[in-house]
Design a protein around this ligand. Structure first.
Ligand code: UDP
Ligand code: MG
Length: 313
């Protein structure tokens, strides 16, 4: 199969018929064999009914329905598991992404040598203050933390080699960082293509203000898990030991001055409390690191490596 189109959707009943007709027009014109996987992320409107009708009229259209709303990441993850095409393309259901981009994205993955090609909404039709500015900040932070040179991490329109989507796991709110997940899995050829962006035609955005907080926290998670996920002691142990040692040194100084130089009123001194505090914090950090280390040692994934190729085995 040439291409799988994975579409997460949450209350998008009005868009689906138009979107699927457009996709069909494009893939037929380019004579691609295809499947469309629509993942209904617990919609409360008639989206699932619409998916059923579309699927009844076109056997290339497949559907997965969640029992409740799990989020875009979960929807993508299930879509990735089910996808069978050589190239997998994700797009939003709200028709902000244009299906006309499908053939070129596919060509870039197959012939351009890219593992992943991410869309770039260079000209964006969203609200400037709630979307465009925050997303500039977000992208700058993601770029500097991940060292991936993308202008637009969060674009819903992306194309992947089959191998990539079968190697990564998207969960939580990680759909914003799929390129980072791909890079961790060892897929370094990440490209970008300027794509046409359109204003939302039907319905409303599904991400409110919580996107800023969650997006930022996920960025920290990505950073920490990536750097110290498999070796927590190197972070917590280091700072724990430093804090503890500094506290101990301060206490030694206080002790010496009390017993050898008859300085009194130790517990009146800020330094005393400071030393006490950092020794306790140091111990806590060390313990956190140690517990983290024990947990990673027992994690079932601890020896999970992606093997590129095998010879003679
Ligand atoms: N979506 C989803 N589950 C959710 C939230 C959103 O599957 O919990 C889908 C939504 O239906 C759309 C895509 O994710 O197809 C992008 O959402 P939206 O257009 O609301 O985001 P925006 O373009 O405003 O960033
Ligand atoms: Mg949208």
């Amino acid at each position: 199969m040439d291409v799988s189109i994975v579409i997460p959707l949450f209350n998008e009943e009005e868009s689906l018929p138009e979107l699927s007709a457009w996709i069909k027009r494009v893939v037929d014109e380019h004579q691609l064999s295809y499947e469309v996987i629509m993942i209904d992320d617990g919609s409360t409107d008639d989206s699932w009914k619409v998916v059923n009708q579309l699927s009844a009229n076109n056997s290339h259209i497949k559907g997965i329905r969640f029992q409740r709303n799990y989020g875009k990441s979960a929807a993508l993850n299930e879509g990735f598991k089910a996808a069978q095409g050589d190239v997998i393309i994700t797009m939003d259901a709200d028709m902000q992404d244009s299906p006309d981009e499908i053939p070129e994205l596919r060509r870039m993955v197959l012939e351009g040598g890219y593992d992943l090609v991410s869309g770039w909404k260079k000209k964006r039709y969203d609200n400037t203050f709630t979307k465009n500015l925050p997303s500039k900040l977000f992208n700058a932070a993601a770029r500097s933390m991940s060292k991936i040179k993308l202008n637009d991490f969060n674009c819903g329109l992306k194309a992947y080699k089959k191998k990539v989507v079968k190697s990564i796991e998207v969960y939580g709110e990680m759909h914003r960082y799929v390129p980072v997940l791909a890079k961790w899995a060892g897929f370094r050829n990440i490209g970008e293509k300027v794509v046409e962006h359109r204003a939302r035609k039907y319905g409303v955005t599904k991400f409110g203000w919580s996107r800023f907080i969650n997006g930022f926290l996920d960025l920290l998670t990505i950073f920490f898990v990536g750097k110290f996920g498999k070796r927590p002691m190197h972070f917590f142990g280091l700072w724990g030991t430093l804090f503890f040692t500094l506290g101990l040194a301060l206490f030694s100084y206080l002790t010496v001055s009390k017993f050898f130089f008859d300085v009194t009123g130790m517990t009146q001194r800020p330094l005393f409390f400071f030393a006490l505090m950092i020794m306790i914090i140091g111990t806590q950090l060390f313990l956190a690191g140690f517990l983290g280390e024990l947990i990673t040692r027992n994690a079932p994934e601890r020896n999970h490596y992606l093997i590129e190729e095998k010879l003679g085995l």
